[in-house]
Design a protein around this ligand. Structure first.
Ligand code: FES
Length: 125
């Protein structure tokens, strides 16, 4: 995909987010901000008996990259176990966006949702 197509995909996800909303009941819910800008992402997760992600929703307020990343990451982890989620890293979030030349500040935007998800998943026993 060209850089223009990625930009279009990010803007489209910003306007038409995936898995957006809140989940009640949920197994865990976690919210954090990006300290650089104050943008916030909250993620609600419902696990099944095998600790696999049965359903996931996100809400929050932020830039196009952080919001697109929340859509892509929540879609990516559906069906994963908590263990598999904990093995993900910031590079996985950047790879999902498909943009190769993000500045350090933009990497923080792209990795906000995985940071929130892993912090929440780390509370599961
Ligand atoms: Fe705040 Fe991107 S500018 S998360």
């Amino acid at each position: 995909m060209s850089a223009d197509m990625y930009r279009e995909m990010i803007l489209d996800l910003y306007e038409n987010p995936l898995n957006h909303g809140e989940l009640d009941p949920h197994t865990f819910s976690h919210e954090e901000d990006n300290p650089l800008c104050g943008d916030v992402v909250k993620i609600d997760v419902l696990l099944d008996d095998d600790k696999k992600i049965q359903d996931i929703k996100w809400s929050g307020d932020g830039c196009a990259i952080s919001m697109a990343s929340a859509s892509l990451m929540t879609d990516h982890v559906k069906g994963m176990t908590v263990e598999e989620v904990m093995a993900l890293n910031g590079q996985d979030a950047v790879d999902l966006l498909g943009v190769s030349n993000l500045s350090m500040g933009r990497v923080k935007c792209a990795t906000l949702s995985i940071k929130v998800l892993k912090a929440g998943a780390s509370t599961v026993e």
